[in-house]
Every structure is written in C-alpha cells, then in structure tokens.
Write a protein that binds this ligand. Structure first.
Ligand code: EPZ
Length: 418
C-alpha cells in the first residue's frame, strides 16, 4: 500500500500536459474487440483502469503492447468471450466488454462491474438496450451474461441519461442488423469520442453529442489508428488545483470547449481563465470567492468535478453549496475534508460549505477516485503536512499525479504506507 505526503501552502506554477480521457479509453479499448486485426491507439493514459482492461485482454488470449501512451492490439484471435478476471470487479467500465463482444460474437459473460462506491449504479438501462436488440441477459452468481443469435436494430428510449448504457448499447447496435435509434442518450465528450472511433472503424453512427443517435448496423468493422481525446476531468482537476493554491498554470492538450462549464464557475470564484487553441491558463490571486454548483449531464457541471471543486470551496470566502443530482452517495470525501478543518453540513443531496481561511494537514483516506483528487487539492493548499491513504483509488484515473504536481512546484511524494 502507498500514500501521498503533501507539504501544503505552495502555489502551483508552470505547465503540464493532460493525458488521454480515462472515460473515453475504457470504451474505445472495448470497441477494439469488435474488429479482427491490429488497432493502434494513441494518447492512452497509463492508469490502473487501463492496466486492468489489458489484464482482461490477456486473459482472453490477446497480446496487447502498451508503451509511452501508445497501445497496439491485434484482436483477431480472441480465445473466449467468458471473462473470469477477478480484477474486472474493481472497475466500472469492464461492462463495456458486454456490448463489444455481444456485437461481434453474439455472446459475453463477465463478473458484475465494480467501480467507485458513489451510489447504487444499477445497469438496468444497459440490460434494457441489449434485450431490446434481441439479446438474452442473465445476472446470477455475481456474473452477467448476454447472448443473441443475431442482434436486430430497433428504437430504444433510455429511462435515464446514462454514459455507460449509451456507449454499451451503441457498440452492440453498430453490428446489429438494421437501424437502431437511441433516444435520451448521454452527450459527454467521451461518448462522442467512442462514436467517432467506431465510425472511423466503419460504423454508421449519426447524432453522437445530441439527444438522439441513429445507428445503421454494418456486417463488420475495420481496424486502424486513433488518438483519444484529452481527459476533461483530469484537466479540470488541475485547473481547480491551480486556482485553489493561488497559482498560475497552463494545461496543454486540452479541448477548451469541454472545459467551458468549469471555466465559468472558476471565474465566478475569482480565478482568471485564458483559452488557447489546445490549452488553458488558470490563475488566481488571493482567496477564492464562494459559489454554488448543481451537477448535471453534459454540458452541465460534471459530477466528476464536484468533489475536486469542493476542496476549493472549503477555503473560499463565504458559503458555497453543491447539489449532486447524478449519484446518491458522492459526498463521502466531505468527512475527510472536515478532518482538515473544513466546515461542512449535508442535507439530502446538498452540501453546504462555510469557507475557512485555511485547512490544516492531517491523515485522510481516499474513499473513491475523485474523492482522492479532492484530498490532494485540499492538501496542496493546506497549512502543514497531509498524508493521503488508499491512493489506489487515485491511480485508477490520474497518471503519475505526484510527478505532474511536482513539475508545478508542489511538495508531494509517494511513500510506502505501513
Ligand atoms: C460514467 O459512469 C463515468 N465512468 C463516471 O465517472 C461518471 O461519473 C458518470 O459516467 C456520469 O458522467 C466511466 O465513464 C467509466 P452513468 P457510468 O451510467 O457510465 C444511473 C469517474 O470519476 N444509471 O451515466 O456508470 C446511475 O446510477 C467516474 O471517472 C441507472 O440508473 O454513469 C447514475 O445515478 C465516476 N441505470 C446515473 O444513471 C443504468 O443502467 C449516471 O450513471 C445506468 C446508470
């Protein structure tokens, strides 16, 4: 086990480059299984979720190579569509293997997905989509299996907007016979990226990024080389860290449009934001101002950034609020922030944060991926030393977080945690 040790109080200054989008890569990696041949993927982040997926790929007979953020995989010889890798239960997105393998082989089975403990996170919409396309779905003994002689396109209206269900059903429909219309779909950048990758491989998907997608099934997909978009949430995390420490940081490899909602909120809190073509400069002088945030599906304020932003709100002037509308239980990090001196109360899905002059370093636990990010941000601005435990959560979604922060002048090291 390891911990991050941060000596806070130093403004972040300098430049860093964001990596590829975790939430794109996990879908696109699964989508490579839909074709037979060599795919080359660039801008792949070296994070735990990618490593777990590659372990699963090896367990089903593939030999991916992954060096310097470039991944090469030949998916011709898949030995089995029954995934038994226990690690699949450690992440959420292993469920994308269902849509991909069902589309190509008409069958898939894997352990029920895991992922951050931030709510119930059912997969009823995934199941609804697969069954509508003609698949049989069985969930028993901690495993989920899907099978179909032939997937037949149809109209599907999702009961709620789901990133995972949108990508999963989109993949299955891409190789179904006939046309599928998906209504009430997710529009996040990573959904569009996954659709773009599939179209690049010969799929016929229209409307990604809007409320309705039209998918004309094709017989098979080609192979090719593709570069994944920058990680909207990693970029946002470093933007908040820069503003929270009163720093001046340019983040490169950014699609500014994806950051608009966060930029507006940071400016509201007193930060300066300057857009370049593929980079964003964030500055902040003095103490941030308080603000209110209500999470929503894209292009609303991303639920994945409310936790990092809560750390900045803890030291803002005045009362801030966070209303979490996507998940039922995404406030566990607030207990840890209170150990550092934050003044927070929670009523139902709304958190009330009374800003204090400063937080104080102490020992805290990362309870999930973005909770860990919020504790890193809190430690960077806190007085004294913060020790963050259970950082395996953080490593699932941030490549070399301590190295990137040290490049910006942070006093942060990774140590063994006894
Ligand atoms: C994706 O999770 C992301 N993960 C999450 O990021 C992100 O928070 C979430 O989308 C929302 O943007 C990946 O892409 C790997 P959903 P996903 O299906 O697909 C309910 C991070 O920090 N729902 O859009 O699991 C669900 O319970 C992670 O990077 C159903 O009710 O999210 C939730 O309340 C955390 N039935 C809401 O919809 C379903 O079948 C949104 O879930 C599916 C979802």
């Amino acid at each position: 086990m390891e911990k991050l040790v941060i000596k806070g109080g130093k403004p972040l200054v300098g430049e860093i480059t964001a990596g590829g989008s975790k939430n794109s890569v996990v879908g696109i990696l699964a989508a490579t299984l839909m074709t037979s041949g060599e795919c080359v993927l660039n801008n792949i982040p070296n994070i735990e979720d990618v490593c777990i997926l590659l372990d699963i790929f090896r367990d089903i007979g593939l030999k991916p190579t992954f060096r310097k953020n470039k991944l090469i995989i030949d998916t011709e010889k898949i030995a089995t569509t029954d995934v038994t890798t226990e690690a699949a239960t450690k992440m959420r997105a292993s469920y994308y293997l269902l849509g991909a393998l069902l589309g190509r082989f008409g069958h898939a089975s894997l352990p029920c997905p895991g992922g951050c403990d931030i709510g119930l996170r059912p997969i009823d919409q995934h199941i609804k989509g697969f069954e509508a396309l003609g698949a049989k779905v069985l969930v028993e003994g901690g495993r989920i299996s899907v099978s179909a002689d032939r997937l037949i396109g149809c109209d599907i209206v999702f009961d709620c907007v789901s990133v995972g269900a949108t990508i999963n059903v989109m993949m299955a429909a891409a190789l179904a016979r006939g046309v599928t219309q998906l209504v009430n779909v997710a529009k996040e950048p990573h959904v569009v990226d996954a659709a773009n990758f599939l179209n690049y491989m010969g799929a016929k998907i229209k409307g990604a990024g809007t409320d309705i997608m039209r998918i004309e099934g094709v017989e098979s997909l080609k192979t090719g080389e593709y570069t994944v978009i920058p990680d909207q949430i990693e970029v946002g995390t470093y933007m908040i860290a820069a503003a929270s420490t009163g720093g001046c940081v340019r983040i490169k490899n950014v699609i500014p449009k994806h950051m608009e909602t966060l930029c507006a909120k940071l400016e509201e809190m007193g930060a300066g934001v300057e857009y370049g073509d593929d980079n964003i400069l964030v500055t902040c002088q003095g103490r941030p101002q308080s603000a209110s945030v209500k999470t929503a599906v894209y292009p609303g304020f991303p639920t994945d950034l409310q936790q990092p932003l809560s750390a900045m709100m803890c030291i803002a002037e005045g009362r801030s609020t966070i209303t979490e509308t996507i998940y039922e239980n995404r406030f566990k990090h607030l207990d840890e922030l209170q150990k550092m001196g934050a003044v927070i109360s929670v009523k139902n899905n709304k958190a009330y944060i009374e800003g204090v002059e400063t937080l104080y370093g102490t020992k805290v636990n990362a309870t999930d991926l973005r909770a860990g990010a919020s504790l890193v941000i809190a430690g960077l601005s806190a007085r004294g030393t913060t020790e963050i435990y259970n950082i395996e959560h953080i490593d699932r979604g941030y490549e070399a977080i301590e190295k990137k922060l040290r490049r910006l002048g942070a006093d942060i090291v990774r140590e063994r945690a006894d």
